[in-house]
Ligand binder design. Sequence first.
Ligand code: FAD
Ligand code: NAI
Length: 467
Amino acid sequence: MSTYDLIVIGTGPGGYVCAIRAAQLGMKVAVVEKRKTKTHGGTCLNIGCIPSKALLYASEKLAEANHDLAALGVIVDTPKLDLPAMLKHKDDTVAANVNGIGFLFKKHKIESFFGLGEIKAPGEVEVTAEDGTKQTITARNIVIATGSDVTPLPGVEIDEQTIVSSTGALSLAEPPKDLLVVGAGVIGLELGSVWGRLGSNVTVVEFLDRILPGVDAEVGKQFQRILQKQGFTFQLGQKVSKIEKGKRLRVTIEPAAGGEASTLEADVVLVAIGRRPVTEGLGLEKIGVAMERGRVVIDDHFATNVAGVYALGDVVRGPMLAHKAEDEGLAVAEILAGQHGHVNYEAIPSVVYTSPEIASVGATEEELKARGIAYKVGKFPFTANGRARAMRQTDGFVKFLADAETDRVLGVHILGAGAGELIAEACLLIEFGGSSEDLARTSHAHPTLSEAMREAALAVEKRQIHM
Ligand code: FAD
Ligand code: NAI
């Protein structure tokens, strides 16, 4: 029986980062991964962040060639889609990333076990390989990093051909004429954008009366208008109650508040109503690990109620984001090494990789109102930013929310080109407990999109220059 300092179950962004950091800190580490492709990187690298961004990037290039280049004086013959080549670009990107993790594991002498991991007792994991062979490995500590998978829609069977989850939507053989998306969340709008750019008519059915719940409402509203201009149709305040398969799919929708049902037809339905933690087959009930609403319960140091068993990433509380899982992976490894690993949940950004992008960190205006915190708002539109004009990408704005008394920045929300990159300085600002004055006094290169960040910070005290 092989013995380790640490066994990590699941090699997504949480698990693999934890394993590498633990090895750097001198621990003997083993990882267990059940993915049939025998690749590391979890949901994010195999079927999530990375392939979706490869398709978002490639499809955006096609959309630019179709709609935007002529206005810049660049004339291309009618651009054409070569979907197999685009899918190959996605697959190559995934392969390069997952192989990279395999290489890093070897470099850090981390041992990989492929198969389903089950915790038999504290310190003991049984690995069942695909062919049924079992082996037991032991360690002082175990980290559960088993992530999440698709939340099913009751009564609807996902076949990954015509009724797909995000996984199937990353590999459609052709753009469906009509794509119906259930859920106006991040996956629905990102993958809806991909297929919309490749020629599909996209209809999004959303239970709530707004898109992207959780995003600052002002951002969500303006973004909805932009998506409608791009061709999206929204059915808000509606839920899907039935999908019938025939030559095409017949989708019954009903008002969420009750009322008369109606039907829509589609060639493909993408179910994107959220993700749920993966704990099945892990043996948690048997060893008595506490759970709450499907998630593993942990304390402030990522410890479960069972000694020597820790958990992190999508399987525990908090946003289901790759970088949040990574941050937790680092923290857990450091805690296990006797250091002071810590995650600042106030400073975790979130990005929607559509066109334009949405990025935010900290509280939304609605959250501040609900918490009764007095705040000041500074806003600056990209229409007044020279670089955005030069790029003809003037949709959107930057919004700063600062404490009314102390000026400490409480939230930053960006809708606009490059938002996902621009948000990094806001994260740093919040991490350092900075004020809008701090950012307003910081030199920003001209002409850059980042000047809109500074102008929004200046606008908190109504002293923006270019508006
Ligand atoms: P996961 O990445 O889910 O990894 C868990 C791993 O554990 C899996 O490989 C699984 O096979 C394995 N496993 C589970 N149970 C066992 C077991 N019993 N034994 C052995 N192995 C097991 N987040 C972002 O921040 N940015 C994005 O752009 C982004 N895009 C996304 C796009 C899509 C389409 C999807 C679906 C998700 C996206 N996410 C994104 C979310 C992101 O993928 C997750 O938050 C992240 O992968 C969570 O990391 P994790 O390590 O907790 O779990
Ligand atoms: P989501 O939680 O972002 O959105 C789901 C949407 O579906 C919500 O708007 C919800 O109101 C709606 N909904 C729920 N039940 C419904 C029903 N029966 N009918 C109609 N609408 C319904 O979930 P999504 O998009 O599936 O993504 C899952 C998670 O994956 C995200 O929350 C995020 O954590 C992660 N992710 C992150 C990305 C990023 O960071 N760019 C990209 C993709 C996924």
